[in-house]
Write a new protein. Structure first.
Lengths: 179, 421
């Protein structure tokens, strides 16, 4: 194990190893979440808006200390026992609004695990209910931005045959969608 | 034996065969010919059945580096306005992320220094830290600008000069790097300056001198950290590779990895060495715990392909999916890996040539030059790389593989001596 003294900020050796290797190392596997909304056929209470939000377990583990025994292996038991915390943390960072006088609420339905190319994700399923049938939606996304500004939310809206996509970032955290 | 590939791949590839080589409990591998299109390796979202099922490897608290990050994070939480604490935490994040090849930590570091980035003026150490993050993300012009700002404010910043020298070496501006190494020597110490110029010499036709200098640095480094000594061994390994001295290169790689066994950069560099030596089976063992790093994963796929493993098509598909995810989020700093993927796994020389060219406009380390020339050979387009051959000649780049490629591209016109041990 390396024993660099992090307090020696001005010493010559500080960061040396990190520096001369930094460019070679390449930057990969940054944090992504996948937010999918689909607008179904009009039901009794207007169109049904459903969502699936996939959030990397390793990101959730970092903010919520999910690895209870600290052994470096996040198990299904450690995840499902913390679903309430995961759900409450995630939905605090997503707002969907139908415009003036048309408040919408996000109603979590269930949580599963979804495998992605770079690891396992929590798949959060939800429905969106608005006071009236929305003509437009405003979406405010802030997941992980405060702890990792390089996080990106990959957003896909499926409305009938039409698909809208966007990449949510700290500079592009709000979307205005016409339905 | 810890089923390493099993675990780490298991998370992403629940339905894939459970080990690189078929094992007793593995499902029979499904062979998909490359022409059949991508196989669908993922199941639909699911609920695991057993509490003990491992879903994801995460940093273990038993790892001293993780423990140190955790305690620095706590210290920063208690003193969120204390700049030295913030810089310590940011550098711990950057260093850990570099070690394990995980870009999340560069993002965490960015968040830690964010409050000071809006200060007027931005403290020079914060500028240098930001430059390191930007450089890690291959945002070279932005990194350069921050470094110039930092060095204007604090011309005695060894850290700033060293970062700038590194940046210029990565981009192939060796004249500028040479001047910056001189600044490093006066701002830091002789050993650091020596390491800086030794690295530079290995790129400019003086790999043998470079090795001698690095030996000197190593001799004086007995009391330095394992990370520092591993770094010098890593540089020596690369210099030995420039000379085609494979046994010496391997000795240094192994010495370095003995000091920092899971350093992503070293693991990947050694894996490339092994792939070049036609030893792919060793690559699978070496990188078994590194599948989360995209750079390491590419080498695993290359090793699978070299072994003609029936899993190659699936691994290739996953690598493509990882590149697609990076593209989706708007990242384009993985040019070297993507060019190599196109050339060696997708067998698309034209795409590889385009990607390698774009990458070379940005960074010009020997591997970048080698890939671009290899793509030009495969695409039979020698005229596409005349400027690259000219660069190689001008800087006197030594490398037996690159020498061979240059010969193929300009038969008879190559007058550079090919160094052999």
């Amino acid at each position: 194990m390396r024993s660099i003294e992090w307090t020696r900020l001005t010493s010559a050796g500080f960061w040396l190893t990190l520096l001369l290797w930094a460019a070679n190392a390449g930057a990969h596997s940054a944090s992504d979440a996948y937010l999918n909304l689909s607008i179904g056929a009009p039901g009794l209470g207007g169109p049904v808006i459903e969502g699936q939000w996939d959030i990397a377990l390793r990101d959730l583990a970092f903010v919520l200390d999910l690895d209870a025994d600290g052994d470096g292996r996040l198990t299904w038991g450690e995840v499902h026992r913390r679903w309430p915390d995961i759900v409450s943390y995630a939905y605090r960072h997503l707002r969907i609004d139908g415009g003036a006088g048309n408040a919408c609420t996000i109603e979590p339905s269930r949580q599963l695990i979804d495998d992605h190319a770079d690891g396992a994700y929590a798949a959060l399923f939800f429905a969106v209910h608005c006071a009236q049938k929305p003509q437009r939606l405003t979406l405010d996304y802030s997941l992980f931005f405060a702890i990792d500004p390089s996080h990106r939310g990959i957003f896909v809206l499926q409305s009938g045959p039409a698909t809208t996509t966007a990449v949510l970032s700290p500079d592009n955290a709000s979307l205005h969608l016409r339905l | 034996m810890r089923p390493m590939i099993v675990l780490a791949l298991g998370l992403a590839l629940a339905t894939l065969p459970r080990h690189a080589s078929a094992s007793a409990e593995a499902k029979p591998p499904v062979t998909v010919p490359p022409s059949a299109g991508p196989p669908p390796p993922y199941r639909a979202p699911y609920e695991p059945t057993h509490d003990e099922e491992v879903l994801q490897d995460v940093p273990a608290i038993s790892d001293p580096a993780v423990a140190r990050m955790t305690s620095l994070r706590r210290a920063f939480g208690a003193a969120p306005h204390d700049l030295p604490t913030a810089l310590s935490l940011a550098s711990a994040y950057i260093d850990y992320g570099r070690q394990v090849g995980d870009a999340h930590y560069a993002g965490y570091a960015e968040a830690v220094i964010a409050p000071w980035l809006v200060a007027q003026p931005v403290p020079s150490k914060v500028l240098v830290t930001e430059a390191i993050i930007l450089q890690y993300r291959h945002q070279f012009p932005e990194a350069r600008q921050r470094l110039h700002e930092a060095l204007n404010a604090d011309p005695g910043s060894a850290q700033g000069w060293l970062t700038l020298a590194t940046l210029d070496m990565v981009q192939g501006d060796y004249a500028a790097a040479g001047k910056e190494c001189v600044q490093v020597t006066s701002a830091a110490d002789v050993a650091t300056g020596l390491a800086c110029s030794a690295t530079l010499r290995s790129y400019t036709g003086h790999a043998r001198q470079s090795l001698a200098l690095l030996d000197q640095v190593q001799l004086g480094a007995a009391t330095q950290s394992a990370g520092y000594r591993a770094w010098v061994h890593g540089l020596s390994a690369e210099a030995a590779e420039r000379l085609g001295d494979w046994p010496l290169a391997e000795t240094h790689y192994q010495a370095a990895l003995k000091l920092v066994p899971r350093d992503n950069f070293l693991l990947v560099a050694y894996a490339d060495f092994l792939l070049d030596r036609s030893r792919p089976r060793e690559v699978l063992g070496l990188l078994a715990n590194s599948v989360q790093s995209d750079t390491a994963f590419l080498r695993i796929v290359l090793a699978q392909a070299a072994l003609k493993s029936p899993d190659t098509a699936r691994y290739t598909w996953i690598m493509a999916a990882r590149f697609a995810a990076l593209t989706e989020r708007g990242s384009d700093f993985f040019g070297r890996e993507q060019a190599r993927f196109a050339l060696e796994l997708q067998h698309d020389p034209q795409a590889a040539l385009d990607l390698a060219r774009k990458n070379w406009q940005r960074q010009r380390e020997p591997w970048d030059t080698r890939l671009l020339l290899a793509a030009a050979v495969a695409a039979q387009e020698p005229r596409a790389v005349t400027d690259v051959l000219e660069f190689r000649r001008r800087v006197k780049l030594e490398d037996p593989v690159i020498d061979g490629l240059a010969q193929e591209l300009r038969p008879g016109a190559d007058t550079m001596a090919i160094s052999q041990p």
